[in-house]
Ligand binder design. Sequence first.
Ligand SMILES: [Fe+2]
Ligand SMILES: [Fe+2]
Length: 253
Amino acid sequence: MEKARILADILGRVRDGEDPAKIRQESRQLLTTLRLSDISKAHKYLLGSGLSLEQFRSLVYAFASILGDQFALLRANLSPNHPIRKVLAEHEMFECFLADLNEANLDLQDTQGLTDLSSEFRNLAHIAGHLQSLDIHDQREDDLIFPVLAGYPCGSICAVLQRAHGRIKNMVGNLTMTINNFNRFEPEQFKIQINAISCAIVPIVREHIFQEDNILYPVALDVIGDDKVWRRVKQLSDDMGYCGFDSQPCCCT
Ligand SMILES: [Fe+2]
Ligand SMILES: [Fe+2]
């Protein structure tokens, strides 16, 4: 049987609740011969069997626990000027911003007599400003990177991740709007609102980054061997600069 089909069966077992560590032990020989492109094909088979977005999410973790070493190896071998290295670096910065948001929210919840001059409020507003660059980053993926990848076996993974971008945009927009309208809230009401938004944004964006770092980009790097494709992506993304780190906004110029 084709390796991708066997992998789809294995992942189906993980989906049905079997312990990934036990399955990995049993399937050790197959797993050492897998290529990341097999994951992409297996994902297609699973989509064909009615895999939902929720199930895909949980399988992503199973993929990583089964194939973690391959992912790490692929990433370590990226050249310093590869366009995907820039994407991964931005993901790392976003991880920092998310940790900051988490902390700023906790500090805010403990603040007595909160006003828009409180350091806790100003810190939160500063971090929310950084998080706005998430939208620019996601837009670059939607407009420049995913269309290039769409013609390859990783295209179905792009489609799932692209849907999450809209949800992330709404949540970050909601955070910004709430902060900008601080004076329309009672302080306690403001805290409740910020807590709800932060508790939603942090895990969802972390998970999204995890899926791109550990599934989409490693698979894309594996299935697209044509350097011309990556040169094209690099040229387009160089025009946009670094999201959130350039003095000028990096999109739409
Ligand atoms: Fe994304
Ligand atoms: Fe991304």
